[in-house]
Design a protein around this ligand. Structure first.
Ligand code: NDP
Length: 333
C-alpha cells in the first residue's frame, strides 16, 4: 500500500482533495513502455496550487493524483531503456493534469517521459528545481538563443520571489547578467540580493496600464506574471531585445500594441515546459546541474510532508510562498 493526494470533482464542479491509501492495482497503464517509479520527492508549482484548490480548470480528467513533477527510483520497468534502480525525473507531459501525478509515493509513467537524474544533483535538488527551475532555464536559453548576452544590458525578472523568478535570478546572476528583480514583496529584498539581483523594483511600477512605447531599459526579460506587467516589459525592452513569457500570475490577458515589435524589433518568445522535446529537457537539466549553485538551491527551498500540500497549495496562489517547496512524499503523517 502507498499514499497519494487524490483529487475528485463533485457534481457542482468543486474539487475535493484528500490524502488516500492505494495499492498498485489503481495505477494507470499505458499502451507501452510502462515504468513504475518509487517517488522520493515531488514539489508544489503554481499549477499544482491551481489543481489542488480547483481555483482554475487545469485538471483535464478527474479523479486524478496531482503533481506535475516527480523524482524517484525505477521499481519496475517494461521499457528496455530503464532498469530497476535508475534515478529518474518526470516534469510535465500532463502528469498531474491528465495523468497520475507526482504527489504520490508510487507512480506508473511512460518510459519516454523519463529523463535521468543528472550527475551532481540529488533527488531533493531536482525537486527543489522542479518544473519552475527547468522553466526558468528554458527562459534563460530563450534569451541566449536570441542573442541576449551578459553585456547586452540589464535583464528584468518578474514574479521575482516566486519559484521560476528566484531560480531565473540565480542562474542569470551566475552567468554574469545584471538582473533587475520585480517583486510585490520588497521585504524580500535581502533574499533577492542574495540570489544575485543587482536591482530591485516594486512590481506596482509595472502592473498598471502603461504607454505603448516606454524608455528602453531591458536587453531581456523573464516574465512569469503576464497581463499589464508583460505589456509594460515589452514596451520598455531595448531595440532588438527579447522577452520570454512563461507565466500568468497577474493574469492571462496581454493588453499590448504592436509598437515594440515593429518599431524596436523586440522578440516575444513563448515558453512551454509541458510538451517540449526530450532532447531540450535533457539539455536544460544538464545546464541546471552546471549553472545553479547547490547553496542557491538550498537557500530558496524548504521541505514539507505530503499532508502539508493542501496549505501550501493555497499559499502559493496567494503569493505567500518564497522560492520553492519540496514535498517529501514518503512522509505521509
Ligand atoms: P510562484 O507562485 O512561485 O511565483 C509567482 C510570483 O508571481 C509570486 O511569487 C509573486 O512574486 C508574483 N505574483 C503573484 N501574484 C501576482 C500578481 N497578481 N501580480 C503580479 N505578480 C504576482 O509560481 P511559479 O514561479 O511556480 O510560476 C510562475 C508562473 O509561471 C505561473 O503563472 C505558472 O503557471 C507559470 N509557469 C509556466 C510554465 C510553462 O511551462 N509555461 C512552467 C512553470 C510555471 P512577487 O511576490 O515577488 O511579486
Amino acid at each position: 500500500m502507498f499514499n497519494a493526494i487524490y483529487l475528485t470533482q463533485s457534481d457542482d464542479g468543486k474539487t475535493q482533495a484528500a490524502l488516500r491509501e492505494f495499492n498498485d492495482d489503481v495505477l494507470p497503464r499505458y499502451e507501452s513502455g510502462n515504468v513504475i517509479v518509487d517517488v522520493h520527492y515531488s514539489t508544489i508549482n503554481f499549477k499544482d496550487g491551481l489543481a489542488i484548490t480547483g481555483r482554475s480548470p487545469v485538471v483535464r480528467s478527474f479523479p486524478i493524483v496531482p503533481g506535475i513533477d516527480l523524482c524517484g527510483v525505477v521499481a519496475e520497468s517494461d521499457d528496455p531503456e530503464w532498469k530497476v534502480g535508475d534515478k529518474v525525473i518526470v516534469n510535465g507531459w500532463e502528469i498531474g493534469e491528465r495523468y497520475w501525478g507526482g504527489l504520490s509515493q508510487r507512480a506508473r509513467v511512460r518510459g519516454d517521459w523519463l529523463i535521468r537524474l543528472p550527475a551532481g544533483l540529488t533527488p531533493w535538488d531536482a525537486m527543489a528545481i522542479g518544473t519552475a527551475g527547468y522553466t526558468a532555464m528554458l527562459c534563460v536559453r530563450g534569451l541566449e538563443k536570441n542573442g541576449v548576452a551578459p553585456d547586452s544590458g540589464p535583464v528584468l525578472v518578474t514574479g521575482a520571489s516566486g519559484g521560476v523568478g528566484s531560480i531565473a535570478i540565480s542562474i542569470l546572476a551566475k552567468l554574469g547578467y545584471k538582473v533587475t528583480a520585480s517583486t510585490g514583496r520588497l521585504s524580500e529584498s535581502d533574499y533577492l540580493r542574495e540570489l544575485g539581483a543587482a536591482h530591485i523594483i516594486d512590481r506596482s511600477s509595472l502592473s498598471s496600464p502603461g504607454k505603448p512605447l516606454q524608455k528602453e531599459r531591458w536587453a531581456g526579460v523573464v516574465d512569469t506574471v503576464g497581463s499589464h506587467t508583460l505589456a509594460n516589459a515589452c514596451a520598455s525592452t531595448q531595440y532588438g531585445g527579447t522577452v520570454t513569457a512563461c507565466g500568468l500570475a497577474q493574469g492571462m490577458d496581454l493588453p499590448l500594441t504592436v509598437a515594440p515589435f515593429i518599431l524596436r524589433g523586440v522578440k516575444l518568445i513563448g515558453i512551454n515546459s509541458v510538451l517540449i522535446s526530450r532532447a531540450e529537457r535533457e539539455d536544460a537539466w544538464e545546464r541546471l546541474a552546471k549553472d545553479l549553485k547547490p547553496q542557491a538551491i538550498a537557500a530558496m527551498s524548504r521541505t514539507v510532508a505530503l499532508p502539508e500540500v493542501f496549505d501550501v497549495a493555497r499559499d502559493i496562489l496567494d503569493g505567500k510562498i518564497r522560492g520553492r517547496v519540496v514535498v517529501d512524499v514518503q512522509r505521509a503523517m
